[in-house]
Design a protein around this ligand. Structure first.
Ligand code: AMP
Length: 249
């Protein structure tokens, strides 16, 4: 069984992003970029399924500029077998990515697509769901546990108030949540080995996909600065402040 694992290159989660002065977006010039953390978890899960003999081949995919090659090499260092870069320097929104992935499903015939639950730059949480709709495949989102038994997938999902387990027929789409696994530490030998793994470059046009953005960003702004707190002398004053000033009780 082949698995497709989409990986997005995003601003590293440790970086504090700054809004551009014209409010058109965030400044990503000279900022450290990394693989989206949820995608690392998705790659790790695919590798674990391969180690269990459930998956035979893992294909990592990234949609974006040439620099995404680095992200794909990281995916191959974790354990993906080969990579596909769908190269474009234009902005690609979740629907565009989902359409590219749909075209790759037709080309690669995977039985499983494991994505991250969301990209930490746009926080959309849409691509997996859109892909499942376009492909007409069942989906298990926010997965915190995955088991494959007799051509079916048991996905334990993190939902409000607990865990829900759904049983999906393959082929299927799964999106990885934080507690699915702890990605392995990438070793130097695996980084060296990844350099020799195949990385193919395609374009959205070659796949017959139109990735023109459908959404327009009107304005990006910093969150309002928090005002300083106050110290109160005793509980009675605290209650009075909460009741009369903050008006929360
Ligand atoms: P989003 O819907 O943007 O929050 O992204 C959800 C997931 O879709 C990510 O965790 C990735 O697995 C995948 N994805 C989104 N954008 C891309 C991209 N440009 N290239 C590859 N995978 C992507």
């Amino acid at each position: 069984m082949k698995a497709l694992v989409p990986v997005k290159r995003v601003v590293d989660y440790n970086v504090k992003v700054r809004v551009k002065s014209d409010g058109s977006g965030v400044d990503i010039a000279n900022v450290k970029m990394s693989m989206n953390p949820f995608d690392e978890i998705a790659v790790e899960e695919a590798v674990r399924l391969k180690e269990k003999g459930v998956i035979t081949e893992i294909v990592a995919v990234s949609v974006g500029p040439v620099a995404c090659q680095e992200t794909l090499r990281t995916a191959m260092a974790i354990g993906a077998d080969r990579a596909l870069l769908v190269e474009t320097s234009d902005e690609v929104q979740p629907l565009g990515v989902a359409k590219v992935l749909q075209a790759l499903i037709a080309r690669e015939q995977p039985r499983l697509v494991i994505l991250g639950k969301q990209a930490i730059d746009d926080d959309s949480n849409q691509t997996g769901q859109m892909l499942a709709a376009l492909a007409g495949w069942p989906q298990g989102t926010f997965a915190s546990k995955l088991e494959v038994t007799d051509a079916r997938l048991q996905v334990t999902r993190e939902v409000d108030g607990g865990l829900e387990t759904v049983s999906l027929a393959l082929p299927a789409v799964v999106t990885a949540d934080l507690r699915l696994n702890q990605p392995r530490y990438v070793t130097l030998p695996s980084i060296m080995k990844a350099k020799k793994k195949p990385l193919e470059t395609l374009t959205p046009a070659a796949l017959g996909v139109d990735v023109t953005p459908r959404l327009k960003t009107l304005k990006v702004a910093e969150p309002p600065a928090r005002s300083a707190g106050i110290r109160v002398a005793d509980v009675a004053t605290l209650v009075s402040q909460l009741r009369n000033n903050a008006r929360v009780i």
